[in-house]
Structures are given as C-alpha cells and as structure tokens.
Design a binder for this molecule. Sequence first.
Ligand code: SF4
Ligand code: SF4
Length: 108
Amino acid sequence: MKITVGMVARPSTSWANKTGSWRVGTRPRFLQDKCNACDLCALSCPEGCVFGEARNDYHADLDFCKGCGNCAEVCPVNDIEMVPEEKSLPQDWIVFTDEQEFKSMSTA
Ligand code: SF4
Ligand code: SF4
C-alpha cells in the first residue's frame, strides 16, 4: 500500500501491510524462561503481532513487529529483551552489542 497525504486505509487491511519493514534498530527477543503467560505483551502490542497460549510459548511475528518495545516494557518478569537487529541497518553500519566491544573498537 502506498501511503500518500490524506490517504484513508480501508478497515481490516493491516494484515496486508507488513509493518515489520518499518522496524529499525531493535527487535524483541522472547527469552521463554520465566514467562507466566499473563498475556500483557500481546495486549500491549500495537500491531497485535504477539502470540502465545502457555508459559514460555510467546513470540512475535517479525513481519509485523515495528520494534516499539512495548512488550518488553510491560513484561512483569523481564522475559523479553530488545536486541539489536543488524540486518535492518545499512550494510556499512557497525552494531556494538555491548559497551566493552565498543570501547575496544574505539581505542584500536
Ligand atoms: S516491539 Fe512493539 S510491535 Fe514488536 S512485538 Fe513488541 S509490542 Fe509488538
Ligand atoms: S508479558 Fe512476559 S510473562 Fe506475560 S505473557 Fe508476555 S512474555 Fe510471558
């Protein structure tokens, strides 16, 4: 769907738009370790793209996840973390996964 000024989207068309392409920088990683199936991550996701039915079963459909971080923010047991997504960045970007790695590169 091409988005133009004044565009109106027909209802129930959001599944046709793979909003995952809007994601830049980070994506959620469901650790599936301490999940108690409270469903808060699914309820807080603006894309409705978090699914799960039991403890340690939750995951996000990355075709639609925009990387907003809501799910990680609301998880009461910190079982979701936002992680760098290297493939969503330009090829010549360098992604540091921790401070130590950044320091070693910047002093080299
Ligand atoms: S990061 Fe945002 S869009 Fe992606 S699954 Fe979590 S709440 Fe949904
Ligand atoms: S918010 Fe956390 S504990 Fe609750 S269902 Fe999602 S991953 Fe599991």
